[in-house]
Design a protein around this ligand. Structure first.
Ligand code: MLT
Length: 264
């Protein structure tokens, strides 16, 4: 049996007891410490990029909070580092790649060390430093992540959001995972945020909860989200279709090092 907590934003982690005077519920550090596994989501597009990069045989992905940290790390490596990332969805000046997963093709990144910093996704990763195990989720590796969650007793699903606001593309993926887990195991324990996420996914999916939507249908839904709108305005609409290819790969990016955070 798995107990699932969902954070609709990483900032819902509280440094106090976990219960605010206002009555709104947050997850405290001690509660988070009891969590075996953190599952970080930034569908558009940081976690889709990490999954894509490792699936295309990048040697590893290192995530950094700041642009300066990423630059310094790339300079210090002297190896095949590729400096990647965005601010406000646009490639950082002087970086090799931006944050479109379609830039991360095998011929560009195989065997290379990716150094990645993004506006929200890499911050959400850092916010989960105290959780013993961390994996990366996207629609691209949905079933693999679900299997991983089902194998632990306690999991915390973390939605990156956008600039401190909850975004429905991340909540939809959290809901897809929770909804599938519920179908397999009725004894699963969920908090309210997990229930809300599952309801959002199920209302999109309609009656056929067992089947998963084709990419075009999911991309059309992602277009309605805040993250989707931002990307469309900047000409990245094709990334929505790419990030909607459910189970196009089976890779599970795992945190293999901290300070800086490394994935393999
Ligand atoms: C982020 O981390 O904020 C996003 O991945 C932004 C983006 O889509 O480029």
């Amino acid at each position: 049996m798995t107990a699932i907590t969902t954070l609709l934003l990483p900032s819902f982690v509280s440094t106090s007891s976990g219960h605010r005077d206002s009555g709104s519920r947050s997850v405290g550090f001690s509660e988070l410490n009891q969590c075996e596994l953190a599952v970080v989501i930034d569908v558009l597009r940081a976690t889709s990029v990490i999954v894509t990069a490792l699936n295309a045989d990048a040697r590893g992905v290192t995530t950094c909070r700041s642009i300066d940290e990423a630059r310094a790390l790339a300079d210090s490596l002297h190896t095949e580092a590729v400096l990647c990332g965005e601010r406000n969805c646009q490639k950082v000046e002087g970086f090799d790649l931006g944050n479109s997963p379609q830039e991360y093709s095998r011929d560009v990144i195989a065997g290379k060390q990716i150094i990645l910093t993004t506006t929200n996704g890499t911050q959400a990763i850092e916010a989960m430093n105290q959780v013993p195990e961390l994996v990366i989720a996207s629609f691209l590796n949905l079933s693999t992540v679900i299997k991983k969650i089902a194998s632990v007793r306690t999991a915390c699903i973390v939605c990156a959001g956008t600039n401190g606001k909850v975004t429905s593309e991340d909540v939809l993926l959290a809901g897809a995972m929770i909804s599938q887990l519920k179908t397999r195991d009725q004894s699963i324990v969920m908090d309210d945020a997990s229930n809300i996420s599952a309801l959002i996914w199920e209302s999109f999916q309609g009656e056929d909860v067992a089947s998963l939507p084709p990419p075009e249908q999911l991309a059309a839904r992602l277009r309605e989200t805040q993250g989707g709108q931002n990307l469309c305005h900047l000409g990245y609409e094709k990334d929505l279709l790419y990030c909607s290819q459910i189970d196009s790969c089976s890779i599970l990016p795992r945190r293999i090092g901290k300070s800086p955070t490394q994935f393999g």
